[in-house]
Design a protein around this ligand. Structure first.
Ligand code: FES
Length: 210
């Protein structure tokens, strides 16, 4: 089955903007997608007087959608303040491209995570802002908003596929409710485990399909 892309996605995939590296970058971060194993690296040059992004470049080891969203989010981020650029969402990136096929939405999450992670690295190193969070149900739930259900292309919290989140001394339990025949079930469970494991203080993650 072939995937239908908009003309804008194809244009940004064929002629991506802001591709490459920045020498002596002020921040550089790599993010990987548990869903597909692909990666993106984002480089930033910041004007310290205004906190604006003077230059931003990316390298993608991902698919066409990831290259296209990397291209569009770097266009959107250039010239913005760190706070403005940090607020760019994967939905916004996908909308700017005229939409992405649902199974490809996670590629825009990866691009936005790469940009955010570079911004946060800069803020941490240059402004002393600590992004480390406490382990609680809200932190886990927020992280689960980065896990998309591929057939629909929306996150598993919004879709109410998560029924329960529990934490007991670093052991996290996530109960989901997904039709067991679904071919996306196992990759989604893996993705939940990878995302939740990133949170500071997590010792183990147990996902149950109830
Ligand atoms: Fe891996 Fe798109 S980034 S499939």
């Amino acid at each position: 089955m072939s995937i239908k892309y908009t003309a804008k996605v194809i244009e940004h995939f064929k002629n991506p903007h802001n591709i490459g590296t920045i020498e002596h970058a002020d921040a550089c971060a790599t993010e990987g997608s548990p869903a597909c194993g692909d990666e993106i690296t984002v480089y930033l040059k910041i004007d310290p007087a205004t906190d604006r992004i003077e230059d931003v470049k990316f390298q993608s080891y991902g698919c066409a959608s990831n290259i296209a969203t990397g291209s569009i989010i770097t266009d959107l981020a250039k010239g913005k303040t760190l706070d403005e650029a940090e607020a760019i969402t994967w939905k916004q990136a996908a909308d700017e491209l005229g939409g992405l096929p649902p199974v490809k939405m996670h590629c825009s999450v990866l691009a936005v995570d790469g940009l955010r992670s570079a911004i946060r690295q800069y803020k941490k190193e240059h402004k002393g802002i600590d992004y480390d969070t406490t382990l609680d149900v809200k932190t886990v739930t927020d992280e689960l908003r980065h896990v998309l259900w591929p057939p629909i292309g929306a996150d598993i919290i919004t879709l109410k596929l998560v029924k329960y989140v529990g934490i007991d001394q670093g052991a996290v339990t996530v109960e989901i409710s997904i039709n067991a025949d679904e071919k996306y079930l196992d990759p989604t469970i893996e993705e939940i485990i990878e995302h939740v494991s990133k949170i500071r203080g997590v010792k183990s993650v147990n996902v149950e399909n109830v």
